[in-house]
Write a protein that binds this ligand. Sequence first.
Ligand code: FE2
Ligand code: FE2
Length: 298
Amino acid sequence: MKKTDSLDRLISTVKKTENIPTLSKVLAKISEEIEKDNFSIKNIGILMSHDISLSARILKIVNSPFYGFPQRIYSINHAIVLLGANVLKSIIISTSVFTVMKKTMAGLSEHSLFCAFTSKHIAEKMNNDIKKSKGETKFNDGRERQPAIDPDNMFSLGLLHDIGKIIIATTFKDDFKKILEIAQKEEKPLDEVERGILNISHGQLGYMLIKEWNLPPAIYLPIKYHHNVNLADNFKTETAILNIADFLTRAIGIGFSGTTYLERINTDAINILGINIDFIKSVIEEIYSYKDELSIFD
Ligand SMILES: [Fe+2]
Ligand SMILES: [Fe+2]
C-alpha cells in the first residue's frame, strides 16, 4: 500500500481483508441485543449460554479484585446487571480481539489492558475531586474543573484504543514492519510515521472498525483522536484522559505498543483536564498495583 493510494481504496482493501477481527455469530447477536433500547438481560443471558468459554470469562472478570464486588458472583445474569450493557459489550469484543492481538503483536494486549485500568482510574479520581469540591466549578488556582465522566466508558476506551494497529499489522504487514523500524530509529510518534507511509493512522482505522461494530460515538470518537487531542470536537475530556493514560502506560513500560520512543506528555490534554503535575504523580503511584491484574482476560 502506497501513500498515493486514495483513502477509499485503502478502506476497501481493509474491508476485504480476512484478518480483521470479526465478531463471532454469538457475539454479533449479543451486540445486536445490547443495541436495542429495551434490551433484555434474560435474552443476553440465553445468548451467552451458547458460548460457555465467554460466560466463564465474564464471570472471571466480574469476580476479579479489579471490580472488587463484595460477594462472589455466580450467575451470568447478575454479572450482566453489575457490569452494565456497554462494559459487557466492550469486554465481549475485547476477549475476541485480545486473542488476535496476542497472535499479531506481542505486548499490545497488556498495553491496552493497563491503559484501560489507568483510564478508569483517572476518571474516578477526577470524579472524586468533583465530589470533594461540593459544586465548585474552579480549582483554588483558577483552573476549570471538568464535568464528571463515565469511568466504565473510559475502561472500554483503554481496551480498544489501539485496535487500529491490528488492522495495520494484519493488512499491511510489510508496511507495518517499516513503520515500527522508522518510529524507533527516527524517534517519532507511531501515528506520525503511519500517516507518512499509509496516509492514515491507527486511530482513524480503529475508529472505522469500531463504528462498523456499532459501538457508540463515546467510544469511536476518542479513539479516532487519542493522539490528536486538539482535533476532537466532542468527547474532549474522554479523549484527553485516554491520551494521558496511554502516555503513562508507555512511560511506566507496561506491555508494548510498537516503539519504546516516548514523546513529551501532551500539555493540551493536561490543560483540557485541568489537572496538574501533582495529580499525574499520584496517579503514577496509584496505578502500579494494576500490574498484578493483567491476567484478567487470560
Ligand atoms: Fe495509539
Ligand atoms: Fe496506546
